[in-house]
Each structure stands twice: as structure tokens, then as C-alpha cells.
Design a protein around this ligand. Structure first.
Ligand SMILES: [Zn+2]
Length: 233
């Protein structure tokens, strides 16, 4: 823990950091000198330590020892392929709301203007117990186009089930009898509206991405259990 504490102190640019112990989920509990430092940490993430996502949440008075809802986390969403005619503050925030709560810190989006390059980027608070959405069809004058979602800094996203917090090779939903190399082949052949590496914003595809065609009935996502990726060692 000592090395981790030094690392966190440096990453959060603090003069000192008090770690008071662990809560009952084995998470770390920290006390901040001033509220502004706490807000800087809360709004500055995502934070990673030893290749694990460090989930952060505020303990209110009296909640230490109780379960804290760590599964609501702030994350940067990128939305690709929105035609400029459909870019407006209201519409883009509505699209983004399918991934979680759109945060107030986002600036207003000017009509027809992507926020970065050719995509729209928004800060959202997502529920990590649910698989992250992959995108949606936008009815562009009856010529539906696939709007693709990617998420920044997802270092532990399971491309098999869509949950954050474990590598696909350790996914509990993998069929036990199928060898890993066969599952890998299946994952490589998946289309863009299914789960895959392309959910990561930094993913550089080796071959052109196959954009999906619209189907009559869209599959619904499945709810999944809470993740525990904050480590106490
Ligand atoms: Zn999984």
C-alpha cells in the first residue's frame, strides 16, 4: 500500500494524503484536507493504478462501513458518425444519456459543430453494472446510420460481456467447453453493433470496421452484477 499511496499522492498532486483504512468491501478510504482537492479528484478521473481502474466515491458522514455505490463512475464518451445536421446540444446530450447521466460540466454544444475532430465528446456518469452501449441507429431521413460509441481509458473492459473490471479471458460467461482461441476467432468476427475492442476510444483496427445494417428487433442488454475492482492489497 505504501508505494500505491505515494503514487496516488503524486497523481492527485497533493501535499499530503491520509489513508485511514479499508471499508468492508476492501476499498481504500482517504481523508482530504480541503473540499476543493476532493472535487479535483472526483472530476479529474478516470484514475488507474497498476492497470486497474480505481473507482472513486464520496463517503458521507456515517457511511464508512456501509456499502458505497462505487459502480456509478464518470467516463468520457465519444460519439462518432453523427451527421452535422443532427448535432445540437439537446440531441447530443439525449444520445449520450443512453450511456448514463450526462454531467453538468459539459459545455453547450453548438449546432452542427462536433466538439473534437469529427466526433462529439461528452462526460457521463455510467452504471458499470450494466454493459456499456455500443451505439444506435440514427434515422437519417429514412436512411439509418450507425452512430458508434467509444469510451476513453477503458483498460479493463470485457469484450465478451461488455462489463468493465475484468479481461474477457476471465469472463464468467465464457462457455466452459470452448477453447479460448475459438472464442477469440468469434470475437474478431463480431460486427460493430456487438461488443468488441472498438468500444475502447484508443483502439486502432487492423482491418476496416464492418458497420452493421439495421435489424428489425434490437437485442436488449442484460443486467449484470456489481464489480469489485478496487484492491486492498
Ligand atoms: Zn465478461
Amino acid at each position: 500500500m505504501e508505494n500505491d499511496q505515494a503514487f496516488i499522492k503524486h497523481a492527485w498532486n497533493l501535499t499530503y494524503l491520509i489513508e485511514v483504512g479499508h471499508d468492508d468491501s476492501n476499498g481504500w478510504v482517504f481523508i482530504f484536507e480541503q473540499k476543493e482537492y476532493l472535487l479535483k479528484v472526483l472530476n479529474g478521473g478516470s484514475w488507474f493504478i497498476r492497470e486497474s481502474w480505481m473507482l472513486v466515491a464520496v463517503c458521507q458522514d456515517g457511511t464508512i462501513g456501509e456499502k458505497i455505490k462505487l459502480w456509478f463512475q464518470k467516463i468520457w464518451l465519444q460519439m462518432h458518425n453523427i451527421h452535422k445536421n443532427y448535432i445540437s446540444d439537446h440531441r447530443c446530450k439525449l444520445f449520450a444519456s443512453t450511456t448514463g447521466r450526462v454531467l453538468e460540466v459539459n459545455a453547450d454544444i453548438e449546432p452542427g459543430k462536433p466538439t473534437r475532430g469529427c466526433m462529439v465528446r461528452l462526460h457521463v456518469e455510467s452504471n458499470l453494472r450494466k454493459p456499456l452501449p455500443r451505439g444506435f441507429f440514427l434515422n437519417n431521413n429514412n436512411n439509418p446510420v450507425w452512430v458508434r460509441f467509444t469510451f476513453e481509458n477503458l483498460i479493463e473492459l470485457c469484450i465478451y460481456c461488455g462489463l468493465v473490471g475484468h479481461n474477457w479471458k476471465k469472463c464468467q460467461l465464457l462457455p466452459k467447453a470452448t477453447p479460448l482461441h475459438e472464442i477469440l476467432l468469434e470475437l474478431e468476427e463480431r460486427k460493430l453493433d456487438e461488443l468488441g475492442e472498438w468500444l475502447r476510444a484508443e483502439h486502432k483496427p487492423k482491418k476496416p470496421l464492418i458497420f452493421p445494417t439495421q435489424r428489425k428487433s434490437q437485442e436488449t442488454t442484460t443486467a449484470c452484477k456489481q464489480l469489485q475492482i478496487v484492491r486492498g492489497d
